[in-house]
Design a protein around this ligand. Structure first.
Ligand code: NAG
Ligand code: NAG
Ligand code: NAG
Ligand code: NAG
Ligand code: NAG
Ligand code: NAG
Length: 335
């Protein structure tokens, strides 16, 4: 039963197991358990996003039933007596209408201990959901919901990571019906970055300037969808590009060392996008330099050699980011 709850914490915190090791949760394998269980919350959120005639309480009833059915199928006969207990505990982590509050009891305490989670993983989820819920209740077609849902999920993921010892090897669930292509905005930014980097890993040498122009255009397009302010104010637009580009690797790795600024020079609304200390940018530059030099100076470098440099530089910059930056929980909020 406890492996089951563990699986569900992964599921409901919006996290996925990265490991391919397959283990069973009751009668279900983990893949099936997570992907099917995730459908309960996805269905609720999708209905709220797309069906103006439904409401939160009706959808929550469906979500609860969906979850309970799924729990019942996977727990099977052996753990039949635990279905309600487990389903109720897990419901604290799913999206709800704002009237669900964790109430501790001795049995939850035993379950939590066995899965190495503090009860805080289930408590005060309002901190994560309330801003999204407010906006959702105000207007279900608000384009800002794309960003807010992504932030809320990220917040839940951070909460689970902080309060459970099981979440290190997980990546995020990126499903987001409020965004173009049903995908979290960060993933779309990564998409621009992938294109940028990919153009340097082939056999031809692209010209930095034209790749940078295409990259900025790609970022612009993505930001517009979840950050309307971005389009209106040039200063904000420049600062967001600065902050975001400082984390992305392609530009620094292949083209420009000229990515340097002080947090204090950024617009105050943009500063949360850059939760790093003053060592971050110089250290990133140290990671990038060997690769950039190899790329620039060696006309005859092979793709395989370049790839090796690239992997080293990525590894180095991962460490630098983990050491010098806080996790990016907050994202631009409009006042
Ligand atoms: C997991 O279970 C599902 C449904 O029972 C099945 O279709 C799938 O092949 C299983 N996956 C693995 C890796 O065993
Ligand atoms: C939500 O919808 C259900 C069914 O459509 C309806 O019975 C219920 O009164 C609605 N609740 C609210 C709070 O509007
Ligand atoms: C909801 O947001 C959409 C898109 O911004 C807008 O067109 C619509 O007028 C808003 N509706 C209400 C009731 O504010
Ligand atoms: C959505 O996906 C399609 C195809 O997968 C792609 O061509 C398009 O650029 C994507 N749009 C956005 C905004 O990411
Ligand atoms: C690249 O070319 C130079 C001479 O132009 C040569 O000395 C060097 O060994 C070559 N490097 C590789 C990796 O082939
Ligand atoms: C990445 O760096 C860490 C130490 O910073 C090292 O232990 C690890 O082997 C490196 N991995 C690769 C693939 O270079």
């Amino acid at each position: 039963m406890f492996a089951f709850v563990l699986g569900f914490i992964l599921l409901t915190s919006g996290l996925w197991m990265q490991t391919t090791a397959e283990y069973m949760i009751g009668d279900c394998n983990l893949t099936y358990f997570i992907s099917y269980g995730q459908k309960c919350q996805r269905q609720m959120i999708t209905n709220l996003a797309t069906n103006p005639s439904t409401n939160c309480s009706a959808e929550y009833q469906d979500e609860k039933e969906c979850l309970r059915d799924h729990v019942a199928v996977c727990l099977g006969r052996e753990y039949h007596g635990h279905i309600n207990l487990v389903a109720n505990l897990l419901l604290y982590q799913l999206y709800h209408c704002g009237n669900v509050e964790y109430k501790h009891n001795a049995i939850y305490g035993i379950v939590l201990k066995s899965i190495q989670c503090q009860r805080e993983a289930f408590m005060d989820t309002e901190i994560c959901w309330s801003y999204f819920r407010e906006r959702l209740n105000a207007n279900r077609t608000d384009p800002m919901l794309c960003r807010e849902y992504a932030i809320a999920k990220k917040c839940m993921a951070e909460k689970a990571k902080a309060n459970c010892q099981i979440c290190d090897r997980l990546r995020r669930d990126t499903f987001n019906p409020f965004c173009p292509n049903d995908t979290d905005p960060w993933l779309q930014v990564n998409d621009c970055e992938h294109k940028f980097v990919a153009s340097f890993l082939g056999n031809t040498r692209p010209d930095c300037r034209s790749v940078e122009v295409a990259f900025k255009r790609c970022l612009d397009k993505r930001f517009l969808t979840f950050c309307p302010d971005y389009a209106r104010k040039q200063r904000l637009k420049d600062d967001i590009q600065k902050a975001v580009t400082s984390f992305l690797r392609g530009r620094r790795f292949f083209c420009s060392q000229d990515i340097n600024f002080r947090t204090i020079d950024l617009d105050i609304k943009v500063r949360p996008l850059f939760p790093c200390n003053s060592q971050f940018l110089p250290e990133m530059e140290k990671c990038a330099l060997p690769l950039r030099d190899a790329y620039r100076l060696t006309q005859n470098i092979t793709a395989a050699q370049l790839c090796r440099h690239f992997k080293t530089a990525v590894n180095c910059s991962n460490d630098v980011q983990a050491t010098n930056c806080k996790p990016l929980v907050t994202f631009l909020r409009t006042p």
